[in-house]
Design a protein around this ligand. Sequence first.
Ligand SMILES: NC(=O)c1ccc[n+]([C@@H]2O[C@H](COP(=O)([O-])OP(=O)(O)OC[C@H]3O[C@@H](n4cnc5c(N)ncnc54)[C@H](OP(=O)(O)O)[C@@H]3O)[C@@H](O)[C@H]2O)c1
Length: 323
Amino acid sequence: MKAIHYSANGGPEVMTYGDLPDPVAGPEAIVIAVAWISIEGGDLLNRRVTPPVRVPFVPGYQASGTVVAVGERVTRFKVGDRVVGFNWNGSHAELFEVPEHYAYAVPADLDLRLAATIPVAFGTAHDSLFEYGGLKEGETVLVQGAAGGVGLAAVQFAAQAGATVIGTASSAERLERMQLFGLHHGINYRTDDIAARVHEITCGRGVDLVIDLAGGKGKEALVQSLRGHGRYAVVGASSGDLPSFGFFELIRKAMHAVGISFGRDMHTPRAHRLLADIMHQIGDGTITMPIDREFHLSEAVEAHRYVADGHPFGRVVMKAASA
Ligand SMILES: NC(=O)c1ccc[n+]([C@@H]2O[C@H](COP(=O)([O-])OP(=O)(O)OC[C@H]3O[C@@H](n4cnc5c(N)ncnc54)[C@H](OP(=O)(O)O)[C@@H]3O)[C@@H](O)[C@H]2O)c1
């Protein structure tokens, strides 16, 4: 099969397009003929900082397509089924092996291109807001990095749940566009004082929940924006720097910090039910994910560069042979 692979961490240029052996379905796994690959924020973070577990290493969390092989203990899928799958690596390829418990059926009314963007972004956003973030109707949430994949999913879910939604992005155009997705108040993280704006918007009260997708130094303003006993969901580090919390930072506001790892929940029946419901909501247009740009798998270097530097709105996808 054709695949993208690398042997050492670094920028997009460490990736090569070439031939690798086809994956074989393990007893509890399926192999997907890949149609569409969604480039996830975590794919970039892994390429930069996570040492490859084997080389050559095929990156990528998530892709949709058609099942072409099933392991002997697989019960939920057969050859020909349309699915979207997750694995800790391997999606940047024409064939993608995923454990059955990380595979999700794609309803007939949902196209595979959009389906490729669903499990990680929408599942992470939903769990960060509700399962672990405890967001309730009438509360206020601040989403740092709101115009990316997880961010836009979070904005839509939070607005749908009757929360007041504050989001940050790098330009006024992006913040304005997010209003169509339910954003109530936009803050430009490059030019505005986030904590001061939140203070204004919440009449000094602070937000109930922070969803931090960017990490790094921006975290200090997010902590300042939180009310006493507020909740802080530590989700991502798209700024390129990992966040860390000081002792007094945590206790000054009796803050609840919760780490999110949707990958630890994705195999559970709860997550399967949640994702099935989300796919139906996306199928009927209640919520969506804008696809900013398409590339071919062979253009992965350019595609990763665009995701890192081009400020895409929503998701960037790559097309593989079976699309
Ligand atoms: N813990 C988990 O289970 C989990 C699951 C999924 C993703 N993640 C992580 O969550 C993060 C976001 O994922 P994603 O897929 O949504 O990524 P994405 O689509 O690439 O979006 C990242 C967003 O971060 C914003 N950003 C970058 N630097 C920023 C800064 N200094 N301050 C504020 N915002 C900044 C960008 O906004 P602008 O373009 O407007 O600058 C961009 O919209 C990634 O780090 C990913 O690894 C974690």
